[in-house]
Design a binder for this molecule. Structure first.
Ligand SMILES: *Cc1c(COP(=O)(O)O)cnc(C)c1O
Length: 361
C-alpha cells in the first residue's frame, strides 16, 4: 500500500482534451493532473506528509530561501508504456542514488531511495492516462527538491520540499534522429574542481545559459564545455554527456571525476558498448586531439547522450577558431545502433539483460 495520501484534482483534464494534448506534446509545456509531494523539517519530524495533490501553483513567501541562494536539486527520468500494458521506468534506483549525492553536495536532506521510488509509482499510477502510447513517446518525470524555508540568512534551510511533476513528451526527433551542431565555449566553464559539477542542481544550469545563448548566436544548437583548469579537455554539454567513437570501433569519453554529471544514459550505453566487446576508454579527451582526429578520419562519430534525447549525433563542432564537420555529418552507425538498442530495452521491445527496467504500474 502506498503511503501517499491522495487529494484528487477537483477538475482533472477530460479524457478527450487529454487525448488532444497527448497527440504532439511540446517538451515541458503540458503537465499531468497531479504531483507528488513530501515535506521536510529539520526539527523532529524529518520527511513527512507523503501525498499526491492537484498539479498547481506553489505558495511561496518572497523570502523563500531557494529564490535567493539556489539550494535546489532535480532528477529526470521517463515512464514508458510497454506492449504488455504495463508502465515501466528505467534504472530509477540510479536516479534515486544520484539524487542522494546531489542532496549531500547542496546540503539538502537525503530522501530515502524508497520514498523516491514510491513517489514515482504513486504519481504514475494516479496519472497513468497521461503516459502517451505513440512510438518514441513517454511521460517525463521531474523529481526536485528545494529550500522552502522563508529565511534569507545564509545557511542550509531547515524546511525543504520534494515534489515530482510529470509531463508527456513526444518523440524527441520528429523526422528521425537528426545531428546537432555544437558550439565549444572556450570562455565560460560549467564546473570546476571541488564545485557542484557532479551534482544535478539548477545552479549549474543557470551558469550554463549564457553559453547556450552564445551557441545560438553562432548558429549552433548546443554547447560543449571544456575543463576549468586547462580549458583544453572536453567535459560535457549543458545537460548531456559526450562520447567519441574512433574509426577502429573503440570509444573514448571523459571520466566523470567530479566536474562532470554521471549520466544514467552514459553509463548504460558504455555497458552496451562493452557488451559488444568494443573497447571503452574513460580518459581525458583533448579538444585538439578530437579536432585532429576528425580531420584525419581517426574519429568516426561523436554523440551526446542523456535521458531526454537518449542519443544525439553531433554533426558539426565550432569554436572561436575552428569549424569542422564530423564524418559526413550524418548519424553514425554505432550511434544509431546504440540508440535502437537502448530505446528497445526502455520500451520493452528488446531483452533487458541487465535488469534495468522497473515496473511502476
Ligand atoms: C541530467 C544530466 C545529464 C544526463 O544524465 P542522464 O541521467 O543520462 O539523463 C548529463 N549532464 C548533465 C549536466 C545533466 O544535468
Amino acid at each position: 500500500m502506498s503511503r501517499f495520501a491522495i487529494e484528487p484534482h477537483p477538475s482533472p483534464v477530460s479524457a478527450s482534451e487529454r487525448a488532444g494534448l497527448l497527440e504532439s506534446p511540446a517538451f515541458g509545456t503540458v503537465f499531468s493532473d497531479h504531483m507528488a509531494r513530501i515535506d521536510w523539517r529539520a526539527e523532529g519530524v524529518g520527511w513527512h506528509d507523503h501525498r499526491l495533490v492537484p498539479y498547481g501553483p506553489l505558495e511561496l513567501m518572497p523570502a523563500t530561501s531557494v529564490l535567493h541562494y539556489a539550494q535546489e536539486i532535480f532528477e529526470g527520468l521517463k515512464a514508458y508504456r510497454w506492449p504488455d500494458g504495463s508502465i515501466r521506468t528505467f534504472r530509477p534506483t540510479a536516479n534515486a542514488e544520484r539524487f542522494g549525492l546531489s542532496a549531500r553536495r547542496l546540503a539538502l536532506p537525503e530522501l530515502p531511495v524508497e520514498d523516491f521510488l514510491d513517489s514515482l509509482s504513486a504519481l504514475v499510477e494516479m496519472d497513468q492516462g497521461w503516459v502517451p502510447t505513440g512510438v518514441g513517446t513517454s511521460l517525463y518525470l521531474r523529481p526536485f527538491m528545494f529550500a522552502s524555508e522563508s529565511f534569507i540568512g545564509v545557511r542550509a534551510a531547515h524546511e525543504v520540499s520534494y515534489l515530482v511533476i510529470a509531463s508527456p513528451v513526444g518523440a524527441y526527433f520528429k523526422g528521425g534522429v537528426a545531428p546537432v551542431s555544437i558550439w565549444v565555449d572556450q570562455r565560460h566553464h560549467r564546473a570546476g574542481p571541488g564545485g557542484t559539477g557532479s551534482a544535478k542542481c539548477g545552479g549549474n544550469y543557470a551558469g550554463s545559459l549564457v553559453s547556450q545563448e552564445l551557441a545560438y548566436a553562432h548558429g549552433c544548437e548546443q554547447v560543449l564545455f571544456l575543463d576549468a583548469l586547462t580549458s583544453s579537455n572536453l567535459e560535457e554539454l549543458g545537460g548531456m554527456n559526450v562520447v567519441v567513437v574512433m574509426a577502429d570501433g573503440s570509444v573514448v569519453t571523459p571520466p566523470t571525476s567530479g566536474t562532470i554529471l554521471e549520466g544514467v544514459t552514459r553509463s548504460s550505453l558504455l555497458q552496451l558498448i562493452r557488451d559488444r566487446d568494443l573497447e571503452v576508454d574513460e580518459r581525458p579527451v583533448e579538444l585538439a586531439e578530437l579536432l585532429a582526429g576528425i580531420k584525419s578520419g581517426q574519429v568516426a562519430e561523436v554523440f551526446a547522450c542523456g535521458t531526454a534525447a537518449v542519443v544525439t549525433p553531433v554533426g558539426w563542432l565550432a569554436g572561436e577558431d575552428f569549424e569542422v564537420a564530423v564524418g559526413d555529418s550524418q548519424p553514425g552507425a554505432l550511434t544509431m545502433s546504440l540508440y535502437e538498442e537502448l530505446t528497445g530495452i526502455q520500451y520493452g521491445l528488446r531483452e533487458d539483460k541487465h535488469g534495468w527496467t522497473h515496473r511502476l504500474v
